[in-house]
Design a protein around this ligand. Structure first.
Ligand code: ADP
Ligand code: MG
Length: 247
């Protein structure tokens, strides 16, 4: 493949503090269209804050973040539209508890993208089918297992036709037997060319699906390399220490 690289997420000199705590330290990195980046690092290293900054759930002190060439505004209608370009899946599935599975997937497109119900439902059913949940469309979230709910959460994000998908420890809250059904959906997305930023402790996913590994420690990017390089020969003492604890 010799497709020319086009930047999808451009992060330049981003800093953020929580009071005295310098939680993001001059982060600069570019994620190209179709790239799958796994973000690793010890707890508290700033991985979630970085994800939240990328879709402006958190403000940044300085620096800039562009999605597909457009800087994220700090507020307003434009922000809502641009935020819809960035899908986010969290550890907790955050489905609308009092809406059916299908409604969970159609509400966003109807409200934010102004899609007609019929089209939203057709597309929603196709997405539920893709994540293997189509036969549960009329159920309520609580009737589904954790793994099924997380797959619905992925379908719900995809329904907004995002340009990039962020996953923040999407399998950490799941019983072990449900982890793979969610990872399989993510691997499928990666193969289809979705641009993805994935915070996960699932090293199998990193090895199988990632083009790049970014290793963070104490708010900084310490390594940014291929999964092969990272796992075979981590350069920094911090990454070596991290890997010795999890592998
Ligand atoms: P990670 O996802 O890598 O575990 P986080 O981005 O959640 O790390 O947190 C990075 C640091 O910022 C931690 O020390 C955490 O305690 C702190 N932190 C996160 N959110 C807040 C907040 N809303 N207010 C104050 N400190 C926070
Ligand atoms: Mg986190």
């Amino acid at each position: 493949m010799t497709e020319r690289m086009q930047p999808m997420v451009e992060i330049e000199h981003v800093n953020k503090h929580y009071g005295e705590l310098h939680v993001l330290k001059d982060i600069t990195t570019t994620i190209d269209k179709g790239q799958v980046v796994v973000v690793l690092g010890p707890s508290g290293s700033g991985k979630s804050t970085l994800c939240r900054a990328i879709n402006r759930l958190e403000t940044i002190d300085d620096g800039s973040i562009k999605i597909d060439g457009t800087p994220l505004p700090s507020e307003g209608r434009e922000l809502a539209r641009l935020r819809a370009d960035v899908g986010m899946v969290f550890q907790s599935f955050n489905l609308f508890a009092h809406k059916s599975i299908l409604d969970n997937v159609t509400l966003g497109p109807m409200q934010v993208r102004k899609m007609k119900r019929k089209e939203a439902e057709e597309r929603g059913m196709a997405l539920l089918d893709r994540v293997g949940i189509a036969n549960q469309a009329n159920k309520m979230p609580a009737q589904l297992s954790g793994g099924q709910q997380q797959r619905v959460a992925i379908a719900r994000s995809l329904a907004m036709q995002p340009k990039v998908m962020l996953f923040d420890e999407p399998t950490s809250a799941l019983d072990p037997e449900m982890v793979n059904e969610v990872l399989d959906v993510m691997v499928g997305l990666a193969k289809e060319g979705m641009t993805m930023i994935v915070v996960t402790h699932e090293m199998g996913f990193a090895k199988k699906a990632a083009d790049r590994v970014i290793f963070m420690a104490e708010g900084a990017v310490v390594e940014d390399t291929t999964p092969h390089e990272f796992f075979a020969a981590p350069k920094s003492a911090r990454a070596q220490d991290f890997l010795s604890k999890i592998l």
